[in-house]
Design a protein around this ligand. Structure first.
Ligand code: SF4
Length: 431
């Protein structure tokens, strides 16, 4: 079933809850209102950090902008860099970038928050964050095995926005909007294309919710998109409340890049809303240690302080983060910010992604460079999402060296072999 249900406008916040099941705890709602009233927006904006490089950037490129505006996530969303002219105002575009952006139509447009642009090198097209967000001509090449929907999500779509592949959990695509558009996005076909094939609306959410109410085997919902944290507070609160009101849903997760590319979105008001809907977990999409700024330290601290367990997911990208010297500081920096490294993904074979994809053994090499060499918590799971809808397949280094009679032979992180007494065991016999 296709996601295509309604065409046209983005979803609007419901004027009132559409069903009476919404489960808003009165005390918490009161607390939210009080805290919102107690913290005037201007003061709250001034309390959000601005790292020195970013400050220099916005004084240069947005000279009329106040700190209050800069730290207002809605201003950041409105001011996103979306056109060739805006890009060229900030970046010295290479001919390749210029031509690629000019040629682009349809989904996955250029879209970069001014904050995130401040982390990029305006002069060097090879700078890692810039490479992940400014398109190049390589995007227009189609490599072997590439597809617009490599994970066959459309095939597994059971209701509008609901991808039901695994037995007890679903992916809920809630919006087609992101604050920034990553050039390697698995959902390139879905995002950033209002009026295109994939649309999202409250009517579709209702159909998705009806599906979830009927499917009592679903205990875990991963909200993704697009980026659910680009939804306004009211919409998000409403949607989380509706999900939370479904008795058999035990667990809600949000997949988001917003705390990294638009950290100003993590307002105290948003955090108070999220806290009402526990147990709520988050998977944060990180790419590179350059993202670990003062602003991200603040956004992750606010989420962690709200009791939201934070995990990271990182896509392995050629020439961007496919190096232990890049991944290790990223993983350790995440731990310092109370984010548990969760997944390192092999880049999905979407159309035009060959220039981003590494050989699979590169991921194994990185895991081997972490495992045993640093804190165990810093080692994510390395996984390939099997094309065609096979689901995630974990790939791990093989630490079993063989067997010698009743002894299992194990290879440690330094390559040395040790014996473990394992009488009656068979593991390692075939090596
Ligand atoms: S934020 Fe996520 S959904 Fe949006 S473009 Fe990036 S990878 Fe795709």
């Amino acid at each position: 079933m296709s996601l295509q249900i309604a065409r046209g406008r983005d979803a609007k916040p419901p004027l009132r809850p559409l069903r009476s099941k919404q489960n808003v705890r009165p005390q918490l709602q009161e607390a939210t209102e009080q805290s919102t009233a107690a913290v005037p927006a201007k003061k709250a904006a001034l309390r959000f950090p601005v790292n020195p490089d970013t400050k220099a950037f916005y004084r240069k490129f947005y000279p009329g902008t106040s700190t209050i505006e800069w730290n207002d996530w809605r201003w950041q969303m409105r001011a996103r860099i979306r056109t060739l002219d805006e890009l060229a105002r900030i970046f010295h575009l290479s001919d390749d970038e210029y031509g690629a952006v000019k040629k682009h139509t349809g989904s996955l447009p250029v879209g970069i928050t001014p904050y995130y642009a401040s982390l990029m090198d305006p002069k060097d097209p090879r700078e890692p964050l810039r490479r992940t967000h400014v398109m190049t001509g390589e995007e227009y090449l189609r490599g072997a095995g590439e597809d617009d929907d490599p994970l066959a999500e459309d095939h597994d779509t059971a209701a509008p926005g609901i991808v039901h592949r695994y037995p007890d959990r679903v992916l809920f695509l809630t919006t087609g909007t992101c604050s920034t558009y990553c050039r390697y996005c698995t959902r390139a076909r879905v995002v950033g294309n209002p009026g295109g094939e994939y649309q999202f609306s409250v009517r579709q959410w209702e159909q998705a919710l009806a599906y979830l109410e009927d499917h009592t085997e679903v205990r875990d919902v991963l909200m993704s998109g697009g980026d659910p944290l680009t939804l306004g507070d009211d919409k998000l609160d409403w949607l989380l409340g509706r999900l939370r009101a479904i008795k058999h849903i035990e667990f809600i997760r949000i997949g988001t890049k917003v705390p990294i590319v638009l950290p100003q979105r993590i307002t105290k008001q948003l955090v108070a809303i999220l806290k009402k809907h526990h147990p709520l977990w988050m998977s944060l999409h990180f790419t590179h240690p350059h993202e670990l700024t003062d602003e991200v330290t603040e956004s992750t601290a606010r989420l962690a302080d709200a009791g939201i367990p934070l995990g990271s997911q990182t896509v392995l990208l050629k020439g961007i983060n496919d190096d232990i010297a890049v991944i290790k500081p990223l993983m350790l920096g995440l731990l310092k910010r109370r984010v548990r490294p969760y997944y390192l993904y092999q880049c999905d074979p979407i159309r035009g992604s060959a220039h981003f994809r590494t050989p699979v053994e590169k991921g194994l090499e990185i895991i081997q460079g972490l495992r045993g060499h640093t804190t165990g918590y810093a080692t994510p799971i390395f996984a390939v999402d099997a094309p065609g809808g096979g689901g995630k397949v974990q790939i791990t280094p093989d630490f079993v060296a063989g067997r010698d009679g009743d002894d299992l032979l194990l290879r440690n992180f330094e390559g040395d072999v040790y014996r473990y007494p394992d009488p009656g065991g068979t593991l390692g016999r075939d090596k």
